[in-house]
Structure formats: structure tokens, C-alpha cells
Ligand binder design. Structure first.
Ligand SMILES: NC(=O)c1ccc[n+]([C@@H]2O[C@H](COP(=O)([O-])OP(=O)(O)OC[C@H]3O[C@@H](n4cnc5c(N)ncnc54)[C@H](O)[C@@H]3O)[C@@H](O)[C@H]2O)c1
Length: 270
């Protein structure tokens, strides 16, 4: 038995085809867990450690309740339970509340962007947590992990909607811990700071964020490793988040409930 003892746990990771979710999937597979990756792309991702016995890909859109229910049904049908639900899928579209230089322009927040970011980052987590918790109550327990963000704690210039959805997750984590603890379901949040590049950090994203902060993309990039931004002076490794997720899902973290862990190299501002 390993120290974490999460061999044979059945884990569902939303957004597991890319970035942090992919690293989380690899970490669980390396520990001997069985993983269901749920993501939008019709083609299954290639993930280190996956094989026919320990891995299932479910095409799913977390903003659609029927799609989420089908994802949980597939996990149970294939592996018999859902022991860990990692609500990782998320999007970020930088926008200013008001752009005095270009009122109503491409970098000003509009209803479409508001709805899109809220739907994926909040409604998607609601649908997944509800469907997973129904199953966990039937089977006698489980762990729900919500992927928040350091920006949710402090707010973030140019990323107000994103930060708001992440702070909403921190609140949902606290409330659901009060509702689900009696069912032996722990609920924990993970709040990464600036990480190694993932699918979120596209040039479109960086251009939009730099615009909202009135700096260049090069200046934005230089900030990723500044100690004035992140006291450890470097971006976080995806594996550093994945390791924390594995720990939180294990009985080693058996009394950790309702809190969001900041994994951000000391960064506490947006
Ligand atoms: N990368 C960072 O620096 C960072 C920092 C803090 C928090 N986070 C959070 O970590 C999580 C993962 O981000 P990432 O950086 O790995 O991004 P990513 O873009 O690399 O991965 C996100 C995945 O989610 C999937 N996804 C998006 N919408 C979906 C939907 N409706 N249904 C199902 N899947 C969907 C995408 O297809 C993608 O595979 C997000 O919640 C993000 O907010 C990331």
C-alpha cells in the first residue's frame, strides 16, 4: 500500500484533456487510480500512464446537465463508483468593465462573455458537484475538489468575471462542506496562481490581458516570474497542483474540509 493509498480510487476530472487537468489525470494514473477524463473535444487525449483498464474518456460539456449526468453514469457503469470528482474545467476571457478608449469595443465586458465564463466556471461546477454528490451519497462517501484560482481571493485587473466565478467556487466549497460532511463527502478547493503555460494562456488571452492592464505582452510575460508578483519568483509546475489534488483526495487529508488551498508561490494579489 502506498502512503497516499489512492490505488483503485475512481476519479472524474473535467477538462482533463489539457493543462492542469491533464497533469492531475497523469498524477492519479501514476498512483494506480482509475480516471475518467471529461472534456469537450470528440477525440480522446493521449495521456501518460493511460491504458484500457485504468482510463475512460467521456466527451462532455459541463454546462449541460444531461451531458454531466451521462459522464457520471459512464464512470459508474465502467468503474463502479465515483470516489473523487475534480471540477477542473474552466475558461478565462480578459475584459475591462469599462474601456474609456473604446466604449463597447472588443475588450469591454459584454453579456456574452459574462454568460460564457459564468456558465463554464460556475454552472458547470454546480452540475458536476450535484451529479457526483448524488452518486457519492449512494455509495457512502467521496471527495469533491473545486479548481479555483488565486485571483478569486484578491480580484484581478482585467479578469473580474473570472475572479468572481473563482471566488464563487470558494463560497460553494464552504457551503457544500456544511451540506455534505454528514454524508462523508469532503469538499476542498485548490487555488493555483501563475502556472506553467496551459491551454488557457493563448496569445489571444495574453493580448487581451495586456490590453486591459495597459502594458505590452512582453511586460505581462516578464511579470510571471517577478518576486514582486510571486514571492517564489517562478511559475508553478502543473505537477505541483496535481500532487496537491492527489493529497487532498486521499485519507491523508481526511480532516481537511471546506477550505481552499492557495498554491501560488506566495502570490496574494490579482
Ligand atoms: N493555468 C493557470 O495558470 C491557472 C491558474 C489558476 C487556476 N486555473 C484553473 O485551472 C483549471 C484548468 O485550467 P488550465 O490552465 O489547465 O486550462 P486549459 O485550457 O489548459 O484546460 C481547460 C480544459 O477545460 C476544457 N473545457 C472548457 N470548457 C469546457 C466545458 N464546457 N466542458 C468540458 N470541458 C471544458 C477545455 O477543453 C480544456 O481541455 C481552470 O478551472 C482554471 O481556471 C488555471
Amino acid at each position: 500500500m502506498s502512503w497516499l493509498n489512492i490505488e483503485d480510487k475512481v476519479v472524474v476530472v473535467t477538462g482533463g484533456a489539457s493543462g492542469i487537468g491533464k497533469a492531475v489525470t497523469e498524477a492519479f494514473l501514476a498512483q494506480g487510480s482509475k480516471v475518467v477524463v471529461a472534456d469537450m473535444n470528440p477525440a480522446a487525449p493521449v495521456i501518460d500512464g493511460m491504458n484500457e483498464d485504468n482510463f475512460l474518456y467521456a466527451v462532455a460539456d459541463v454546462t449541460k446537465a444531461a451531458s454531466v449526468k451521462s459522464m457520471i453514469d459512464k464512470a459508474v457503469e465502467r468503474f463502479g463508483s465515483v470516489d473523487v470528482m475534480v471540477n477542473n474545467a474552466g475558461i478565462n476571457i480578459p475584459r475591462l468593465l469599462v474601456d474609456p478608449k473604446d466604449e463597447g469595443g472588443q475588450y469591454e465586458l459584454d453579456e456574452k462573455v459574462w454568460d460564457l465564463v459564468c456558465n463554464v466556471n460556475m454552472k458547470g461546477v454546480f452540475f458536476c458537484a450535484q451529479a457526483a454528490a448524488r452518486q457519492m451519497i449512494k455509495q457512502g462517501g467521496g471527495v469533491i475538489i473545486n479548481m479555483s484560482s488565486e485571483s478569486g481571493l484578491e480580484g484581478s485587473e482585467g479578469q473580474s468575471v473570472y475572479a468572481a466565478t473563482k471566488n464563487a467556487l470558494n463560497s460553494l466549497t464552504r457551503s457544500w462542506c456544511k451540506e455534505l460532511g454528514r454524508h462523508n463527502i469532503r469538499v476542498v478547493g485548490i487555488a493555483p496562481g501563475i502556472m506553467e503555460a496551459t491551454g488557457l494562456r493563448t496569445i489571444k488571452y495574453e493580448t487581451a490581458l495586456a490590453y486591459t492592464r495597459n502594458i505590452t505582452v512582453d511586460q505581462l510575460r516578464a511579470g510571471y516570474s517577478k518576486t514582486s508578483t510571486t514571492p517564489l519568483g517562478r511559475s508553478g509546475k502543473l505537477s505541483e497542483v496535481a500532487d496537491a489534488v492527489c493529497f487532498m483526495s486521499s485519507d491523508r487529508a481526511g480532516y481537511v474540509h471546506g477550505v481552499t488551498l492557495n498554491i501560488a508561490g506566495g502570490k496574494t494579489r490579482g
